[in-house]
Design a protein around this ligand. Structure first.
Ligand code: BG6
Length: 490
């Protein structure tokens, strides 16, 4: 008989998550090339809405300007929080909190600076050897995303990004190189971060400038198809090296609920939720779901595929499903009649009157995490991993140097409680890495002041500061959570 689980599993992987393009810095060191992340600017004089507009719609002009070595703009993701030089200190702090796992990503451009070289850059490979060795020395398991919003800029400007099938080969070369190099150090891999977000920010996801594509939906789905094939090919390479497959997909899962019980709201919610689930459907099952035909027809998209694609995808589905969860959103069939959209453009949802929101307008819904875990497990019966979750907030350093981030503790506690509920529901969830365990540059706004960390980093939006690391109140709280395996949440 199935046993009721009332606790987190003994070997539950507690930890934190970051991405290379948001923390590393050292963009002109160790032979690193520029990536698509390195063209985002931060300009305090720009209207606030523009900070995220560039994330959703990169312009050709901005890319050209960023490539000019004389550009005087501030490109925060080129500097990150200088993890490149602080990794030992940062990993020691993660270890002090008791991390079992650290989710990180590789900068593709450290290893293949332009993406299309045939020989990898040894200095880049050696850097990650040092990082992995440092983690393992502290007993922390690395969980590595191969590609987290930072494909080589050259692959975007010269080849047109993932719309071009050639990029599959470059990605597989990159994946094979790092699998071979790190096979004794890394057990868990994610092929693409938030693979479903191509819909919302094609530049950062597939290296496509929207204004260059009159039929942008075609470009997005074609790019996604190439990523599916590339992910399956990489999974195959890993499987051949290590038969116990630990390759996962990763989506941004924003739970969607109907705004009302109007049947039109309900149907629209199903369709909108499928915009995300489509990606896990393909990668978990290894083929396109039945609703694909109608969905592509209605968008007037015709995919260009090769005869071998189907087989490679079918034979190499992912082993686990990871996802980010920050918020939920309501869906209405008549949004124009309602007040206010949720301050995040991910779903174009409307505000749910029952939920509070963060200072960036993200609606906070801890119970939605339990629902999301149940939905994903019911649908796939594959192990789940909560790869991102957290609260972006402005933190104040008091005169005595302390940072009392009770609001963050409150957010995290309520979400962790819901993971436990899902475990009691029978969901197989094997780890939790809260987002931005150390403060870093925001993906969507390129701000430094949108902080998620347990560790404060002294740097402002313009890159001024000492980069000193300080423990926040949440640091001590999370340490207790991990030590008690999720039992002590107060
Ligand atoms: C996820 C991304 O979408 O959300 C991260 O994978 C990102 O890269 C995180 O940082 C939080 O978003 P933001 O825009 O607040 O940094």
């Amino acid at each position: 008989m199935i046993q009721l689980k009332t606790k987190f599993p003994e070997n539950f992987l507690w930890g934190g998550a970051t991405a290379a393009n948001q923390i590393e810095g050292g963009s002109d060191e160790g032979g690193k090339g520029l990536s698509v992340a390195d063209v985002y600017i931060f300009d305090e004089n720009m209207p606030k809405e523009r900070w995220t507009d560039q994330w959703h719609m990169m312009t050709h002009k901005q890319v050209e300007e960023a490539m000019d070595p004389n550009s005087t703009k501030h490109y925060p993701k080129r500097h990150g929080i200088d993890f490149y030089h602080h990794y030992k200190e940062d990993i020691a702090l993660f270890a002090e909190m008791g991390f079992k796992v650290y989710r990180m990503s590789l900068a593709w451009t450290r290893i293949f600076p332009n993406g299309d070289e045939s020989i990898p850059n040894e200095e880049g490979l050696a850097f990650y050897d040092r990082v992995f060795d440092e983690l393992l020395k502290h007993g922390i398991e690395p969980l590595v995303s191969l590609s987290h919003y930072e494909m080589p800029l050259h692959l975007a400007t010269k080849y047109g990004g993932w719309v071009n099938r050639k990029v599959i080969d470059y990605y597989v070369r990159f994946a094979t190189t790092v699998f071979k190099r790190y096979k004794e150090k890394v057990k868990y891999w994610i092929t693409f971060n938030e693979i479903n977000c191509v819909k919302h920010h094609p530049w950062t996801s597939i290296g496509v400038v929207e204004e260059n594509h009159p039929h942008i939906e075609q470009a997005k789905f074609q790019g996604a198809h190439h990523q599916f094939v590339a992910s399956a090919m990489a999974t195959k390479v890993w499987k051949e090296m290590k038969p116990k497959v630990n390759v996962g997909t990763m989506i941004s899962y924003q739970l969607l609920v109907p705004y009302s019980c109007n049947p039109d709201d309900i149907q629209k919610t199903v369709e909108k939720q499928r915009e995300s689930l489509f990606f896990t459907d393909v990668q978990a099952r290894g083929n396109y779901p039945a609703y694909t035909a109608r969905m592509l027809e209605e968008k007037n998209v015709v995919l260009e595929t090769q005869p071998e694609d189907e087989q490679i995808m079918r034979e190499n589905p992912v082993d686990f499903i990871s996802f980010s969860y920050y918020m939920s959103s309501a869906v209405s069939s008549q949004p124009e009649k309602l007040e206010g959209a949720v301050g995040n453009l991910i779903t174009g949802g409307v505000e749910n009157p029952y939920l509070p929101k963060s200072d960036w307008g993200w609606q906070i819904d801890p119970k939605g995490l339990r629902t999301a875990l149940n939905q994903l497990y019911d649908r796939y019966q594959k192990p789940l991993f909560v790869a991102e979750n957290g609260l972006g907030a402005v933190d104040i350093v008091k005169e005595d140097g302390t940072i009392e981030d009770d609001y963050r503790i409150d957010y995290l506690r309520k979400h962790i409680e819901q993971i436990k509920e899902a475990i009691m529901d029978g969901v197989d969830v094997f780890g939790y890495t809260s987002w931005g365990c150390i403060d870093m540059i925001s993906a969507s706004t390129s701000q430094m002041s949108k902080r998620y960390g347990y560790i404060y980093v002294d740097q402002d939006d313009l890159g001024n500061g000492t980069l000193e690391r300080k423990k926040k109140k949440s640091f001590h709280w999370y340490k207790k959570v991990i030590a008690s395996n999720g039992e002590q949440l107060d």
